[in-house]
Design a protein around this ligand. Sequence first.
Ligand SMILES: Cc1cc2nc3c(=O)[nH]c(=O)nc-3n(C[C@H](O)[C@H](O)[C@H](O)COP(=O)(O)OP(=O)(O)OC[C@H]3O[C@@H](n4cnc5c(N)ncnc54)[C@H](O)[C@@H]3O)c2cc1C
Length: 491
Amino acid sequence: MDKNQKVAVVVGSGIAGIASAVRLACKGYKVQVFEANSYIGGKLSLLQLGDYRFDAGPSLFTMPEYVEELFKLAGKNPTDYFEYERCATACHYFYNDGTFLPFYADNQKLKETVESVLNVSAEPMFEHLKRSEFIYKRTKRTFLEQSLHRFKNYISTDILKTVVAIPKLQLFTTMHKANERRLNHPKLVQLFNRYATYNGSNPYKAPGILTIIPHLEHGIGTFFPKKGMHSITTSLVKLAEELGVTFHVSSKVTEIVEDGTVVKGVKVNDAFVEADVVVCNSDIKPAYKHLLKNTKAKKKTLAQEPSSSAMIFYWGIKKSFSNLDLHNIFFTDDYEAEFDALFSTKPISSDPTVYVHISSKYVKADAPEGKENWFVMVNVPSNAGQDWESIRTTIRQDVIEKLSKALNEDIESLIEVEDYLDPIRIEQRTSSFAGALYGASSNDRMAAFFRHPNFSKVRGLYFVGGSVHPGGGIPLCLLSAKIACSEIKQA
Ligand SMILES: Cc1cc2nc3c(=O)[nH]c(=O)nc-3n(C[C@H](O)[C@H](O)[C@H](O)COP(=O)(O)OP(=O)(O)OC[C@H]3O[C@@H](n4cnc5c(N)ncnc54)[C@H](O)[C@@H]3O)c2cc1C
């Protein structure tokens, strides 16, 4: 190693940590990633149960260009590392009254389906999607692709375009009201409200600007990696290692050493590792509470309401269902009460909305022939000391009853192997405060501005990942790494 080469340390190997490592290596840094777990990837990791393979966390893949961009930055051909395809159907929706609505990517097919199933014109929905595209185009540069916390970014034509568009951005209404006003069927309102869950928020409180999310899914598309979600992690780790990045697993960082002004390095298992740059991929709350001894965060940043969490059952199912797709939603009738309970201590509904993701529909090797790997998820509140064991038992029973009824099959008897994830395990395994899936919720109109920036007042210290700007979810985490690294000079 060149003795004069500058050193960067990344704390945590979530998707944003790995992306930062790639970017820093491309900038000429000697990069070391320290990961507390015995495996790499954080939430984007895998679970093997007998012959069944599961993606442990994320299942919906949007905006693959942010992954591809990292290979291109390193001068590589993305397809030599990572392949994916566009999904022909974003999701199969099942309503309690028996209505079945496959949401096709193809506009003509979708129009015919919506009109025949719901017996209304699909035009208002397509108009709504066009508005969603408009808001996305007007805001993506301002809110997603750059720092909201740098004065210089406010003097630009992009900001001007955003400001001019403010009356159309749905900032002063809720997502639910925007959907209700524009859509002509309650089932479509419910379907479009669902997009608030993509960043763990409540559509009855979150601002209408979140109506951009359906454009990401329908306008740009949903995709699936040919080797499953976990291949996003493995392909980027391969790239990083080729660029000289070293990954250390079972290596918890116990302190980010700084004097309140400049970062000096990190402590790993009590050994000091000197660094010119430290990128922290740990959740912002534990980072300030446990890792930083001489620097305090703004109270407002740390006081933000956590996003929702999830209860997940991984089930190996000894049967194949032809009416199920990669993504399937089984809706509840009372969506508003369900979201109310997600951000309070009210009891969780006995008829929850259930999401079933089956990657073996695309990746045959994920389950044995004629069988399926079910990732069954119910949104639950973040951890505030609830009795999760008893909640899990109840939810499991409710979900089995609901799916058995909807699919006309005794689901319990089909479960061959199983495991689960709950808010406690999510926090233990990824350090996410209270097990929140996406950092802070976007229930407050100002949430985007209160999120921690990707830089800090300590020179050389940067923050990336789902709990900081621009937010949670794979594409935004990748953008957090891009913004943070754009602040870091070439080595
Ligand atoms: C069940 C579930 C479903 C989801 N579904 C989707 C989806 O469909 N689509 C989507 O885009 N997103 C989804 N998400 C959100 C997405 O997974 C996250 O936003 C994203 O993966 C978070 O990445 P991150 O970079 O913030 O790091 P994380 O994945 O949170 O990882 C952080 C890593 O840092 C390590 N770490 C923390 N502190 C230390 C320390 N002190 N020392 C060393 N290591 C440390 C942790 O061990 C962990 O490995 C889902 C999340 C979950 C849990």
